[in-house]
Each structure stands twice: as structure tokens, then as C-alpha cells.
Design a protein around this ligand. Sequence first.
Ligand code: SF4
Length: 110
Amino acid sequence: MTISVLDRTEVNAPSAAPSLGKLHDQAGRVNAELLPCRVNNPELWFAESPSDVEFAKALCQDCPVQALCLDGALDRREPWGVWGGELFLQGVVIPRKRPRGRPRKNPAAA
Ligand code: SF4
């Protein structure tokens, strides 16, 4: 039997730090068909194209483990990719992916 609603009391406990193992455990109890990154092309979550990244972020919004996924990614300081509906780069959330192109002339304005 699978569940579609997660019990976050364990996650919200002060001693329960988010972890990849915990996320894996929780995700394993959810019907995989409810996890957008499992039913869509997983490359979207690590895409080069800014529009694909925004699409992945939007898909995460309907994920039943979105909050847990984001907590875990923040805790692990994910180096890159979309996790919990946010884009990570070098361990921090950034608002959006910049398209490829020429670097700015004035790096101080970046
Ligand atoms: S919130 Fe996490 S588990 Fe859910 S679709 Fe996004 S990346 Fe996948």
C-alpha cells in the first residue's frame, strides 16, 4: 500500500535533521507516479536551458515531498540542480539560471 500524504511530525522534530536517507525513505512510501521527477525526464532537473529549469521548478510545486526535498537539499548544500522547487548552485538557492552567453563586461554589476 502506498500513501499520498506524508507525516511530517518526524521531520519537524528538533532532533530530526533532514537527510538524503530520510527523503529516500519518505519518497519510497509515496506512489512514484506522484513524484514529478520520477515520471518526467529527470534531465529537466539538471537542465542547461533556463526554460527547462523553470519547468522543473514548476513541476516540483505539485510534489508531495516538496518541503522535505527542499529541506534536505538545503541541509546537504546540493551543488546543482532543481530540488524541492528551487534551483541550487554551489549549495545555495539562486532565483534563476542565466542563459549561456558572453560574460558581463563589469563583473561588479553582476
Ligand atoms: S520536490 Fe524533489 S522529489 Fe519532488 S519532484 Fe521536485 S526534485 Fe523530485
